[in-house]
Every structure is written in structure tokens, then in C-alpha cells.
Design a protein around this ligand. Structure first.
Ligand SMILES: [Zn+2]
Length: 99
């Protein structure tokens, strides 16, 4: 009986802590590399180069959701699935970001 309660306690705990997992809070702005038009405001997690972005972390979307720069119409990324999430993989150096 006591081991059952313990198991139940553990599973409840791990379940309730999952949604509380902190989202990355650092926001960056992503720009088109050829005409400097702002494309996204994005919550970036971790350090390092920006090679992809997860759509649910986009704070503001300035594009027409066709993965092209709304100003110079240059394609900057390709959509792909990251697990159950929609993500965008950026093409080469078509974009750059600033804090
Ligand atoms: Zn552009």
C-alpha cells in the first residue's frame, strides 16, 4: 500500500512540474540579410548560431508566413517538423539576429 502511494506521488509530481518548465526568456530580432527588414521577434533558447526557429516561440511575426522576406521576397527558410512542433530552418546566411 505504501509503495503504491509513493509511486502515485512521484508520478503526480513529475507530471505537474512538466508544464512549469521555463521557456527561454531572451528575445531576439531576426532580420533579412539582404534588405534588413525585420522578420521575427523570437524567444531564443540556448547559445550559438541561429539555424532554426520553433514557430511557437515566435513572439511577433512580420512575414506573410510564406518563409519569404515581405520586402525583397527572398526566401529565407524552409518549414519542417521538430517532433510535434512546426519549425523553420533558415537557409545559409539569409538572416541575421540582434538582441
Ligand atoms: Zn529582404
Amino acid at each position: 500500500m505504501s509503495s503504491f502511494l509513493l509511486l502515485k506521488h512521484i508520478s503526480c509530481r513529475s507530471f505537474s512540474t512538466l508544464p512549469k518548465k521555463k521557456m527561454p526568456v531572451k528575445t531576439i530580432n531576426i532580420f533579412c540579410n539582404s534588405c534588413k527588414t525585420k522578420l521575427y521577434t523570437y524567444r531564443k533558447g540556448g547559445k550559438g548560431a541561429l539555424v532554426k526557429c520553433i514557430e511557437e516561440r515566435i513572439v511577433k511575426d512580420f512575414t506573410n508566413k510564406d518563409y519569404k522576406c515581405p520586402n525583397c521576397l527572398k526566401e529565407f527558410g524552409r518549414p519542417f517538423r521538430l517532433g510535434k512542433r512546426n519549425a523553420i530552418k533558415f537557409i545559409g546566411d539569409r538572416v541575421y539576429h540582434r538582441k
